[in-house]
Write a protein that binds this ligand. Structure first.
Ligand code: SF4
Length: 292
């Protein structure tokens, strides 16, 4: 069947950089090397790192993961860590390597600056995701996490200077809805939208180019925030069916029934080789597709 390869898609500069740092440290270090959580949210990439002697240690949050590591080198992932995690790693005598994406570091610096200037901050992000955990550690008691418009309605921001900023991988459109609601409730709130350029470009391309397709396959891990936002964006903003798969083997032919053109995009941490396999699988399907 006909495949439309949506561009841009796939690896972003933050993922490429984190993987390069981690592999180089794993290959050149005597003694154990640990990734503090998943270096990027993609199991194929984690397997790849293991071949370069980087063991991934996972857990509910970065401080708890750190308590499982007693010696050696620890690598902070592209999502960044809180100052508390950084301090604890050094207290434990670990060698620390920081692979935080520069775009995430910029948000940390912004939050530190806003706190120093006395702001209360609303942070639009995902509950339980490591990036908000790291950013929010810069402003205990002064930063409030919201994920939905409904959560804005529950907020009770203290009087004073107020600002809103964002996780780098949020949906452009949902974030704007949340910001609009915040402005209704707090007209003087200052807006610092930190959705990264890579995320913006990939979401915009997916929505625009989904209009040329009957259905869209998004390749990426179920834990990858930017992958899941691509699925949401295609469904909600382009009005086209979209399905996330981790590999070609997860594609169900009933999704493609009646479709002439299938779009393919992928998350920022998806291995290019896996996406190529998905494209090859789809191109080999008959047109029209028969369900198996
Ligand atoms: S999605 Fe954006 S913020 Fe996250 S690693 Fe990639 S470039 Fe950095």
């Amino acid at each position: 069947m006909r495949v439309h390869f949506i561009t841009p898609q796939g690896y972003c500069h933050g993922v490429v950089r984190a993987m390069r740092i981690a592999k180089q440290i794993g290959d050149s270090t005597d003694g154990p090397v640990y990734g503090l959580g998943q270096m990027v949210h993609n199991r194929h990439m984690i397997d790849d790192l293991a071949e370069h002697h980087v063991d991934t240690v996972d857990g509910p949050d970065r401080l708890k993961i750190l308590e499982q590591i007693q010696s050696g080198t620890v690598i902070f992932t592209a999502h960044g860590v809180s100052p508390q995690v950084r301090t604890r790693a050094l207290e434990k005598g670990l060698r620390v390597i920081d692979a935080t994406c520069p775009d995430v570091t910029r948000t940390h610096d912004l939050v530190k600056m806003l706190v120093a200037e006395g702001y209360y901050i609303v942070y639009i992000g995902r509950h339980g995701h490591p990036e908000p955990e790291g950013v929010m550690g810069n402003a205990p008691g002064r930063i409030f996490l919201v994920e939905t418009v409904g959560e804005v309605d529950q907020l009770d921001l203290p009087e004073g200077k107020r600002a809103v900023t964002t996780q780098t991988t949020m949906s452009l459109w949902d974030t704007q809805d949340i910001i609009d609601r915040l402005k209704e409730r707090y007209p003087d709130i200052e807006v610092y939208n930190e959705i990264c350029t890579a995320t913006q470009e990939r979401q915009t391309a997916a929505v625009e180019q989904a209009k040329l397709c009957d259905v869209v396959i998004v390749v990426g891990d179920e834990r990858s925030s930017n992958t899941n936002r691509l699925v949401d964006a295609v469904r909600e903003r382009a009005g086209k069916p979209a399905y996330r798969v981790d590999s070609a083997s997860e594609i169900r032919t009933e999704w493609l029934q009646g479709a002439s053109v299938v779009g393919v995009t992928s998350g920022a941490s998806t291995k290019t080789q896996i996406t190529r396999e998905v494209v090859r699988f789809l191109e080999a399907l008959p047109d029209p597709v028969e369900t198996r």
